[in-house]
Design a binder for this molecule. Structure first.
Ligand code: TRP
Length: 329
């Protein structure tokens, strides 16, 4: 029996190659190995006020983008959280198993509620992690690939699953957290001491967006900040810029650093950057071509409906198990 992998993504738009190489590709490469689920965390999106029209667009765009990046609806169950009502119900139940102290200690809550004062914080922001707990538990999830900022929420999931199982009998599977190693982060091309980020302070010259014009993306690589040694060598401390480009190349093609160094012995940064630019351009044009195909609401509705129908079968079983355990059924 395959183990289960699940992740939830926010409809936040404008994904970068940092998002792709750091997280999305990891998921895509593991689709065959696991029983896989990916969902749009649209209920999580409304923990802060949203413009309904914009939110709808963002949800469709995000689904199309993940599919364009290689999430395969034949292999992975792709759905919207709000289409599977079990999320809300189990979320409610899990909120009742949680102590205020536990939610108060969540660093993401602390960070996001800064300056709002206790009286002004939306309760959605406060209880947001317990909905995530339900997302994970509903599918008997074994591994949850998330970024470091979400690790604490997965640990809360483990605590709550254990608490529930102890009180009411074995009901939930214990999930593991899979965090991509920090060394794998893609860095800003203009400032390789910073992570590549959607909110780039320097005119986006250091950030490659998956929807960037191909020529613009190439230029960004060609003008990436490097050092003056002109030696293609992996040394994150002394040559962070060139190491970042090597890491981008290696992630896309699978070639290791030794082999890249050997190929570029005696050659300068110019030719090397040209290869990285071409490889990135190729990646982007593939993604953009597939995006065009998926950017069709009828097609997306079909995929999401199929995904929700499949997800609901498992989610409903788990919810029922918890209702029986609680004595409600
Ligand atoms: N909280 C996650 C984020 O902000 C998204 C998310 C919601 C999620 N439910 C999840 C991630 C379940 C993994 C598993 O990015």
């Amino acid at each position: 029996m395959k183990k289960t992998m699940l992740t939830g993504v926010r409809p936040s738009g404008n994904l970068t190659i940092g998002n792709y190489l750091g997280a999305i590709k990891n998921f895509v490469d593991r689709q065959d190995k696991y029983e896989s689920y990916i969902f749009l965390a649209d209920l999580h999106a409304i923990t802060s006020p949203q413009n309904p029209e914009k939110l709808k667009d963002a949800i469709y765009n995000a689904v199309a983008m993940y599919l364009a990046c290689g999430v395969d609806p034949q292999k992975t169950i792709v759905f919207k959280q709000s289409d599977v009502l079990e999320h809300g119900t189990l979320g409610f139940i899990m909120t009742f198993q949680t102590k205020m102290g536990e939610l108060n200690r969540m660093t993401q809550f602390k960070y996001k509620s800064q300056g709002l004062g206790k009286e002004g914080v939306d309760t959605g922001l406060f209880v947001y992690p317990t909905l995530m707990v339900a997302d994970i538990l509903l599918y008997n999830t074994h591994i949850v690939p998330v970024g470091k900022d979400q690790q604490q929420h997965v640990e809360l999931t483990r605590d709550l699953a254990e608490r529930f199982n102890k009180r009411y009998g074995q009901t939930f599977e214990m999930p593991d957290v899979y965090v991509a190693p920090v060394a794998n982060k893609v860095l800003n091309l203009q400032n390789p001491l910073e992570k590549m980020n959607k909110s780039d302070s320097g005119d986006n010259r250091g950030t490659i967006f998956l929807m960037d014009d191909i020529e613009v993306a190439k230029k960004k690589i060609m003008s990436a900040k490097t050092d003056s040694s002109n030696k293609v060598h992996f040394d994150e401390e002394n040559q962070p810029g060139i190491s970042n480009l090597m890491s981008i190349l290696s992630k896309i093609t699978g070639e290791d650093f030794d082999s890249i160094e050997k190929r570029y012995e005696g050659l300068g940064y110019g030719v090397f950057k040209k290869e990285v630019a071409d490889v990135v351009a190729n990646l982007l044009s593939n993604i953009q071509e597939k995006y065009k195909k998926y950017n069709d609401r009828n097609l997306l509705d079909k995929i999401l409906k199929q995904g929700a129908d499949n997800a609901r079968i498992v989610a409903n079983e788990t919810l029922n198990r918890s209702l029986v355990a609680l004595g409600l059924k």
